[in-house]
Design a protein around this ligand. Structure first.
Ligand code: HEC
Length: 184
């Protein structure tokens, strides 16, 4: 999680350690404790089918820096919690941001993915301009868009396996962070 390595080899950032690296010690310990309670599956381990080892090594070497979470000092504690959930735990920026030629997230953070491979829309202040707080809370809870349609593709999984299972307070924190520039 911190260094993007398994006990055997370095990982390709399809596993988003680029965000998870900033998890707190307490959260990593809880995660470990929980995983110890999960029954092992009777499925053989699969071989790595991503890019070869030297490419993974090179990518980590050139593109990856371990870092700690730094809360925005001007934000409220609730907004800071939301910032941590968005940037680190929820790794929202891994899909919702453009990437450079070598696949590193850069530039316009949360400004939307780079089509055609990544159609995740912008979820920065401009991208969410027409959304109310309750639109965004409902969306994170059940995947319903402001027009009543349900979200598709990768995001449905994020809601179903992720944000829908958060506490209401954590969802409210995400909303407080993403819509922090609102007057009301
Ligand atoms: C695995 C990639 C992925 C991750 C991680 C992800 N999203 Fe998304 N998200 C998408 C995609 C793709 C869409 C567009 C889905 C569609 O068009 O049906 C989307 C749509 C959305 C929308 C609707 C935007 C609009 O204008 O319609 C919101 C809001 C959103 N995501 C918020 C989040 C938040 C908050 C997080 C982090 C907790 C997050 N997403 C993490 C891929 C992702």
């Amino acid at each position: 999680m911190r260094r993007g390595r398994s006990p055997r080899h370095g990982l390709w950032p399809a596993f988003p350690y680029t965000s998870f690296t900033a998890l707190t010690d307490a959260d990593l310990e809880d995660l470990w404790a929980f995983l110890q309670t999960v029954e092992p599956a009777a499925v053989p381990d699969r071989e790595h089918d991503g890019p070869p080892g030297y490419q993974r090594w090179l990518w980590r070497r050139l593109m990856f820096r371990q870092h700690r979470f730094e809360a925005d000092p001007d934000a409220t504690p609730e907004q800071q919690r939301g910032q941590y959930l968005v940037d680190v735990v929820g790794h929202c920026g891994e899909c919702h941001s453009p990437r450079g030629k070598l696949g590193k997230v850069k530039g316009d953070y949360l400004g939307g993915g780079t089509p055609p491979f990544n159609k995740a829309p912008a979820i920065d202040a401009a991208g969410l301009e027409s959304w109310t707080r309750s639109d965004l809370e409902t969306f994170l809870e059940m995947g319903m868009l402001p027009d009543g349609d349900f979200v598709g593709s990768g995001m449905y999984r994020v809601v179903e396996d992720g944000t829908a299972k958060l506490s209401a307070a954590d969802r409210a924190a995400i909303v407080a962070w993403l819509l922090r520039d609102r007057a009301e």
